[in-house]
Design a binder for this molecule. Structure first.
Ligand SMILES: NC(=O)c1ccc[n+]([C@@H]2O[C@H](COP(=O)([O-])OP(=O)(O)OC[C@H]3O[C@@H](n4cnc5c(N)ncnc54)[C@H](O)[C@@H]3O)[C@@H](O)[C@H]2O)c1
Length: 250
């Protein structure tokens, strides 16, 4: 794809699932990648997979809900690679499953802290680096649950709706300065988040909710993220692109 070779990307939550596949997909296009996560072992494995395939990557540990750690993530990336062109702000958790009145305040704050404030912190420190070099692309990982509700997941749904709003505001602020900001909204994707988090009968039910007749694969999201960073998507900014097998088309 055009406009990717030799560029530099940060992928958060890249020890597993969609983040790992996105890091691998960037590297296949010649992008140098900072693999970041709270889980060092999985992150190092992602780096190993990239290097084994001939790509270039480093691991930087970072909890995206912590201001100083996100600042350090961006600094370490620029120290290692000299620039920052793309960011996929992907780290996230499913969180507590409860109805609103039963949802713990602690659980609510945790989901919002990682899934929403984490995306804000990443953009806060990524944007100045991109401005210095005249542009970049930021892809925030939202969800179909940034468009529609889902029972027993109010904090997650609120955070993902928030990510879509944050994406729109940042696109209005920075598109004229060369930074395209987009959100991606996957439906249910077979990653550890849902395969370890949900019982098999719930997964079977979820399949029936996707008109395409199956759940998604993480690489099907990764390929869209990488395309959105390429020159092929040069007029795209501010929108949320669903990768959802027609889940929200009803
Ligand atoms: N799997 C799905 O069905 C699905 C659907 C829509 C959106 N998403 C979103 O995609 C993203 C990736 O999810 P996934 O399905 O690949 O899940 P996953 O659990 O496989 O991967 C998430 C990664 O984020 C990391 N992480 C968790 N908390 C973190 C923190 N505070 N700081 C840094 N890293 C942290 C985890 O260690 C893990 O490696 C999430 O934002 C999720 O909400 C997933």
């Amino acid at each position: 794809m055009k406009g990717l070779e030799g560029k530099v990307a940060i992928v958060t939550g890249a020890s597993s699932g969609i983040g790992r596949e996105t890091a691998l997909a960037f590297a296949r296009e010649g992008v140098r990648v900072t693999v970041s996560d709270v889980m060092e072992e999985g992150g190092q494995e992602t780096v190993r997979l990239i290097q084994e395939a001939g790509g270039e990557a480093i691991f930087v540990a970072c909890d995206v809900s912590k201001d100083d750690q996100v600042q350090n993530l961006v600094r370490q990336t620029v120290d290692a690679f000299g620039r920052l062109d793309f960011a996929c702000n992907n780290a996230g958790i499913g969180g507590e499953s409860n109805m609103v009145a039963d949802y713990s305040v602690e659980g609510w704050n945790k989901v919002i802290g990682i899934n929403l404030i984490g995306v804000f912190l990443c953009m806060k420190y990524q944007i100045p680096e991109m401005l210095k070099q005249g542009g970049g692309v930021i892809i925030n990982m939202a969800s179909i649950l940034g468009r529609v509700g889902f029972a027993n997941s109010s904090a997650y749904v609120a955070a993902k709706h928030g990510v879509m709003g944050l994406t729109k505001s940042a696109a209005l602020e920075y598109s004229a300065q060369g930074i395209r900001v987009l959100a991606v909204g996957p439906a249910f994707i077979r990653t550890p988040m849902i395969e370890e988090g949900l019982p098999p009968e719930v997964l079977d039910f979820l399949v029936t909710q996707h008109p395409i007749g199956r759940l998604g694969r993480p690489e099907e999201v990764a390929d869209v993220v990488v395309f959105l960073c390429s020159d092929g998507a040069s007029f795209m900014s501010g929108s949320s692109i669903m990768v959802d097998g027609a889940y929200i088309a009803r």
